[in-house]
Design a protein around this ligand. Structure first.
Ligand code: NAP
Length: 346
């Protein structure tokens, strides 16, 4: 490698267009990884964990493993990052640290060359090169590749735990923000609704709600197969089979099951149009945590206004301090949760 320039900690030196934006907002990043900056870590990538909303969209657009692989290669070739142009979402990755720049803290804190790590920042801001897609796993949304990626100093990494299978840890870390954020939002006795309660984030959020002292937890899943893991986990007092995109119906059924409107609603579905069910089910003064990347700000804001509902709506910031460790701890402490993750991802 040639002598290194400093770069900046947010990675703006990698933005090709439009100039002046940050890497997440950028259309295209510089993914020439033969030239490194001091504010960067270089990773040899083993697998991508594609965001659920993104994977679903790609599967619908061009089905099968070949179709998904082709779309990933095209996106990375066009944009220098796996930033789905339709859903706007990415995912995260697992790999091994190859090089650490002298100004790569705080991302590099506690991390050494050779460590196996998962990125805790989105693929939508991660410069990525793919030499080859080795395999696409339709069930787990994980994609094994040969490639390299960059993490900037302002990013975050988690060392892969030795106590959990790698694919299981990767799946949990992808949604690491969900459970800790729910634990922060909940008050003891709250009525909590979880849309998409049988998925990764839905299971974690339901359990966090229950452990934090929710009075009643109601989960929604669209069919019996997807509801089964939530029923086995037992964090929800009741799991209803309903379509979260049918706002009036889903809210009526959920409120009837809880016996009251909800103090806190968490949207963990991977499809668009679930805003109104969450809004209608939540009481005036209550809170909605839109973890789902398929959420539309416009639909949520105008939808709540349109039905005169005074709810606080929180964008699903994937980060909160200690989120990776808290999520892995939950898997260690809760054997049923761990088994469900191992069955699906192990
Ligand atoms: P997941 O494991 O695929 O779970 C999504 C669940 O929603 C599935 O069980 C799915 O059922 C269910 N579902 C889909 N459509 C539904 C409907 N109409 N009614 C009721 N349930 C429905 O996804 P995940 O990984 O937990 O991710 C959930 C969402 O969070 C996605 O939108 C993802 O992009 C987003 N996400 C956000 C962050 C963040 O930081 N905010 C980070 C990662 C992911 P089926 O299996 O039957 O489809």
């Amino acid at each position: 490698m040639l002598g290194m320039s400093r770069g900046d900690r947010f990675g703006t030196h990698r933005v090709l267009e439009p100039r002046g934006t940050l890497p997440q907002a950028a259309w295209r990043l510089d993914n020439d990884l033969t030239r490194m900056f001091e504010s960067e870590l270089l990773l040899e990538v083993e697998a991508l964990n594609i965001d659920s909303a993104s994977f679903r969209q790609m599967e619908e657009a061009n089905p099968g493993t070949e179709g998904v692989a082709q779309q990933i290669l095209e996106t990375v070739a066009q944009r220098g990052k796996q930033h789905n142009p339709v859903t706007g979402s990415g995912g995260m990755l697992v790999g091994r640290v190859v090089q650490i720049g002298s100004e790569a803290e705080p991302a590099a804190t506690g991390i050494g060359v050779g460590d196996r790590v998962a990125t805790l920042v989105s693929l939508t801001l991660t410069p990525l090169r793919i030499e080859r897609v080795r395999s696409v796993h339709l069930r787990t949304h994980q994609v094994e590749i040969d490639g390299q990626a960059i993490v900037f100093a302002s990013g975050a990494l988690a060392k892969m735990p030795s106590t959990l299978g790698e694919k299981v840890a990767l799946a949990a870390l992808d949604v690491a923000g969900a459970a800790p954020q729910v634990a922060r939002l909940i008050k003891p006795g709250d009525a909590v609704l979880v849309l998409g309660c049988g998925g990764k984030s839905g299971l974690l959020a339901s359990l966090a709600a229950r452990r934090s002292g929710a009075g009643v937890v109601i989960g929604i899943e669209r069919d019996a197969v997807a509801a089964a893991p939530a029923q086995r986990l037992g964090a929800a007092h009741e799991v209803l089979i309903a379509d979260a995109t049918r706002g009036v119906e889903v809210a009526e059924r959920a409120v009837a099951a809880a016996g009251r409107e909800f103090d806190l609603t968490i949207s963990c579905v991977n499809v668009p149009d679930a805003e109104m069910g969450a809004i209608l089910a939540t009481r005036d003064g209550g809170t909605i945590y839109f973890f789902s990347m398929a959420t539309s700000f416009t639909r949520a804001a105008l939808g709540a206004e349109g039905v005169s509902r005074d709810v606080t709506m929180i964008v699903g910031n994937g980060y909160c301090p200690g989120h990776a460790a808290a999520t892995l701890k939950l898997l260690e402490e809760e054997p049923v949760l761990r088994k469900l993750f191992e069955e699906r991802f192990g």
